[in-house]
Design a protein around this ligand. Structure first.
Ligand SMILES: NC(=O)c1ccc[n+]([C@@H]2O[C@H](COP(=O)([O-])OP(=O)(O)OC[C@H]3O[C@@H](n4cnc5c(N)ncnc54)[C@H](OP(=O)(O)O)[C@@H]3O)[C@@H](O)[C@H]2O)c1
Length: 207
């Protein structure tokens, strides 16, 4: 397994604002293709224009990560257009809000938090696994949180969703290590859980 040091095609979910938009700007440079996915077309357009101004190619995908079939279609179409070197499964809810003391979680919001933060990541990553394994190249980054290590009193459900994500990423990493390990060749696995810069946690799981 080869980690591509300078990825030429980066797929970012939750690219319409916040950390996802900042990551898009970070990777935007000539020769780089960006696939930017979120639900809000206007905000995605703004991010894509800024990336193109930096010389990158940028395509937007107005999709909901909770829709498994739609994600399968979009992710595979992106990969066919240009092999994905790096997928950043970043889309999530409750991020910044969970860091404030005043945020409140209602029981009704528990299901969407899990559907977006956990299942959204599964829907993003799963279609790509066979492609990355076949190419023996690529990297999966999953946006974690300090809240995945220590439950936040103002956001217990959000914290649980990030803890589940951490264990999912750990299992995925071990699965990929098995798939990428041949009798005579060992491949370094490149699945990571990353934490936002606003938290003090370093990567919880490193490939
Ligand atoms: N900010 C923090 O302090 C912090 C700390 C730790 C971890 N995180 C994590 O970092 C990630 C980004 O957080 P952020 O602070 O940048 O939040 P944000 O500004 O609210 O961005 C969230 C992004 O996710 C997208 N999104 C939400 N639901 C979606 C869905 N169903 N389908 C597709 N896209 C969806 C949003 O776009 P649309 O609304 O256009 O769909 C938006 O682009 C999250 O996973 C969060 O848990 C953040």
């Amino acid at each position: 397994m080869t980690v591509v040091p300078n990825p030429l095609h980066v797929l970012i979910t939750g690219a319409s604002s916040g950390i996802g938009a900042a990551l898009a700007a970070h990777y935007a440079r000539p020769g780089v293709e960006l696939s930017l996915l979120a639900r809000n077309r206007e905000r995605l357009d703004t991010v894509a224009r800024a990336c193109r101004a930096r010389g990158a190619g940028a395509q937007i995908h107005v999709s909901d990560v909770t829709d498994a079939q739609e994600m399968q279609r979009v992710v595979l179409a992106c990969d066919r257009r240009h092999a994905i070197d790096l997928v950043i499964a970043n889309a999530g809810i409750g991020g910044a809000a969970s860091m404030t003391a005043t945020a409140e979680e209602l029981a009704a919001s528990a299901r969407p938090i899990f559907e977006i933060n956990l299942m959204g990541v599964v829907h993003t990553v799963t279609p790509l696994v066979p492609c990355l394994v076949a190419r023996r190249s690529g990297q999966i980054a999953i946006m974690g949180s300090f809240a995945g290590l220590v439950g936040l009193p103002q956001a217990p459900v959000y914290s649980a969703s990030k803890a589940a994500l951490r264990v999912y990423a750990h299992g995925l990493r071990r699965l990929l290590m098995m798939l990428w390990t041949a009798p005579t060749l060992r491949h370094r696995c490149a699945t990571r859980v990353v934490a936002s810069k606003r938290t003090t946690m370093r990567g919880a799981v490193h490939g």
